[in-house]
Design a protein around this ligand. Structure first.
Ligand SMILES: Cc1cc2nc3c(=O)[nH]c(=O)nc-3n(C[C@H](O)[C@H](O)[C@H](O)COP(=O)(O)O)c2cc1C
Length: 178
């Protein structure tokens, strides 16, 4: 089974993007081995730091994953600093990092009606700067995400169906490439 590393962009206990990631992981469990990264464990990026254990574990998890799934909210029309910080750590050496050629899929969430679609455009741009392979598909957005949470979970075909179908296609492409 392909290994998928989900990378959430929010630390909140009641995060709708982490709830989205967890629901998608459950839905994909018979086709992929899914893990959830914890970017909150990473320090602020500092090029002088070369021996941080959390950073080393995060970079190794990306390296070992067959594909990455970013599930992120939009902060001020872009990706949260938390996510950018995590990406920056794994982006070195430039153009020769664990991101080169790494298949990536993007899901965004928002409390509002646009579902974080502007953050997706920024994330695609950032990933292109690291020569990652962003899965070609329509934008996967979860609109009004907070209102869709019930007891901390978010799980309906109406909300997640398109993301699930697309991630199944993403996973199948990883299997074919292996
Ligand atoms: C600092 C900050 C900036 C935000 N900026 C946007 C924004 O630009 N667009 C948007 O749709 N929602 C924005 N929101 C609202 C988020 O979509 C909402 O808080 C969402 O639930 C955050 O994701 P989470 O539930 O995973 O923590 C912002 C929220 C915060 C805290």
């Amino acid at each position: 089974m392909p290994k998928l590393l989900f990378i959430p962009g929010s630390l909140r206990a009641a995060s709708s993007s982490r709830a989205t990631a967890e629901a998608l992981m459950r839905r994909l469990e018979e086709v992929a081995a899914c893990d959830l990264a914890d970017p909150g464990r990473l320090p602020h990026y500092n090029a002088d730091v070369t021996d941080d254990a959390a950073v080393a574990a995060f970079v190794a998890a990306i390296d070992q994953a067959d594909g990455l799934v970013f599930v992120t909210p939009e902060y001020n029309y872009s990706i949260p600093g938390l996510l950018k910080n995590a990406i920056d750590w794994a982006s070195r050496p430039a153009y020769a990092s664990v991101f080169v050629g790494k298949p990536c899929a993007i899901v965004s969430t928002s409390g509002g009606a646009l579902g974080g679609v502007r953050a997706q455009a920024h994330l695609k741009y950032v990933l292109s700067g690291m020569l990652a392979a962003v899965h070609p598909c329509r934008e996967l957005v979860i609109t009004h995400a907070n209102a869709r949470l019930s007891d901390g979970t978010l799980d309906s075909d109406e909300t997640l169906g398109m993301a699930e179908d697309t991630l199944r296609a993403f996973t199948a492409a990883l299997s074919r490439a292996a």
